[in-house]
Design a protein around this ligand. Structure first.
Ligand code: UDX
Length: 419
């Protein structure tokens, strides 16, 4: 059997990992994308530029057994719903070009009903005998995508067509070796699984963050609370790290979109509204806590270490560090920044911050340090050296990577989260 796959949106973070994996499994991969990307250079049969490049799309789709849609679904500016315009563009292209049976797979995170709508669009031109649609969401995390891809906790296949399900199960056959559970379900259920999973994880973080606030008020320690809770297998220890709030390209967007879906169907999903609103308020709250120490005035400067939304990525989308930086600036505090890899992106985002090439340069003459992202590089800092450089030995450890006692012994005033 031919093993030809087309990936629309294959030069993005998700798409490029899908492409790599397919190549490894022996598929011929053709990528269509509007943007070139650092992820795929030289690796696939790539057609960058207008995806409506008729002739090439036509040929590739005609020969494809499987078509993956991995295009972005950003939040719309005004409503919280996901913007699906890229998905509809691809669907119209497919409607024009499918000749032999193929499966259309949505990997992008799409609201419930989207995969069926894709089917409807294609059916206006192609008989439903000639194609199948599948929802097959991806659960990759940035920074650990390869591991997540090779050893997923589960694979979800949502389809109503036996033929499509078989093609998908063949695709995932290599995972049988590591006994990865495959959940076969309807299309709608699969779409809900993705949003419910991300929203649940975001809720877990939102929950522990508010437990942290309570711990501060009553003199408890949130890290010990999380440990004590997490040992219970029904709760689980993961995603119980209190911090400055969740960021990134998925959780904030997916919580909003899931809440928007609930609203559209008149479902009271108030938990999601609470998670969204508490997370949005968190950077402001953290800055208030910093200012309430009464240690700063309009001549103060603070070193902010870590700008990406989490370690091991240069992604600054919805980065809580950068939100905190802007709020500090609004309060007339100068911000010196350092990040191992996200400086270029951060500079484009906010040129008015001061950027430095090392932690130690950023700390020169400042009145406090904030650890905003838990990069490994920040886990064993030379605080004796830092102390020689900074003006006031104050540290706000927003990721709880240090024990208060170890820094207090060195003469620092230490503030963590929830302890
Ligand atoms: C997430 C999901 O984990 C992944 O399954 C999905 O496919 C895409 O969205 P990602 O956005 O890469 O992945 O990052 P993740 O590691 O989940 O962290 C998201 C945010 O939550 C980060 O800002 C992180 O700092 C924060 N977080 C995470 C916490 O504050 N506490 C935690 O315990 C875990």
């Amino acid at each position: 059997m031919d093993k030809n796959v087309v990936v629309f949106g294959g030069s993005g973070f998700l798409g490029s990992h899908v492409c790599d994996k397919l190549m490894e499994s022996g598929y011929n991969v053709t990528v269509f994308d509007k943007n070139e990307s650092k992820f795929i250079k030289g690796k696939h049969n790539i057609v960058i530029g207008d995806i409506l490049s008729e002739e090439k799309v036509g040929k590739a789709v005609e020969n494809a057994n499987i078509v993956f849609i991995t295009v972005g679904t950003p939040s719309r500016r005004i409503e919280d719903e996901a913007d699906l315009s890229a998905i509809w563009d691809v669907s119209h292209e497919l409607a024009k070009n499918i000749k032999n049976y193929c499966v259309i797979v949505t990997k992008s995170t799409v609201p419930v009903g989207t995969t069926k709508k894709i089917k409807k669009i294609i059916e206006t031109k192609i008989s439903s005998e000639n194609f199948g649609v599948v929802s097959n969401p991806e659960f990759l995390r940035e920074g650990s995508a390869i591991n997540d891809f090779m050893r997923p906790d589960r694979v979800v296949i949502g389809t109503e067509s036996k033929k499509s399900e078989k093609l998908m199960r063949d695709l995932y056959r290599p995972l049988n070796l590591i006994e990865t559970p495959i959940v076969s379900t309807t299309i709608e259920t699969s779409e809900v699984i993705k949003y419910a999973s991300n929203s649940f994880l975001a809720t877990k973080i939102g929950f522990i963050n508010q437990v942290a606030d309570l711990c501060e008020a009553v003199g408890a320690n949130v890290q010990d609370v999380a440990k004590g809770m997490g040992i219970d297998k029904r709760i689980g220890a993961k995603f119980l790290h209190a911090g400055p709030g969740f960021g990134g390209s998925c959780f904030p967007k997916d919580v909003k979109a899931f809440a928007a879906t609930a609203k559209k169907f008149n479902i009271n999903f108030s938990i999601l509204d609470a998670v969204k609103s508490s997370n949005e308020k968190r950077p402001q709250m953290i800055v208030k806590k910093i200012l309430d120490t009464k240690k700063f005035d309009s001549n103060s400067s603070i070193a902010l270490l870590g700008l990406s939304f989490k370690p091991n990525t240069d992604d600054i989308r919805d980065s809580t560090s950068l939100k905190i930086a802007s709020i500090l600036q609004e309060n007339n505090i100068k911000v010196n920044c350092y990040d191992p890899v996200a400086m270029v992106n951060a500079q484009q985002h906010n040129k008015t911050l001061n950027f430095f090439d090392s932690v130690y340069d950023a700390c020169e003459g400042v009145n406090a340090i904030i650890i905003g992202t838990e990069w490994n590089e920040f886990r064993a800092l030379n605080f004796t050296k830092i102390k020689e450089k900074i003006k006031d030995a104050i540290i706000f450890d927003l990721r709880n990577i240090y024990r208060p006692s170890e820094l207090e012994e060195l003469g620092f005033l230490y503030y963590g989260i929830g302890k």
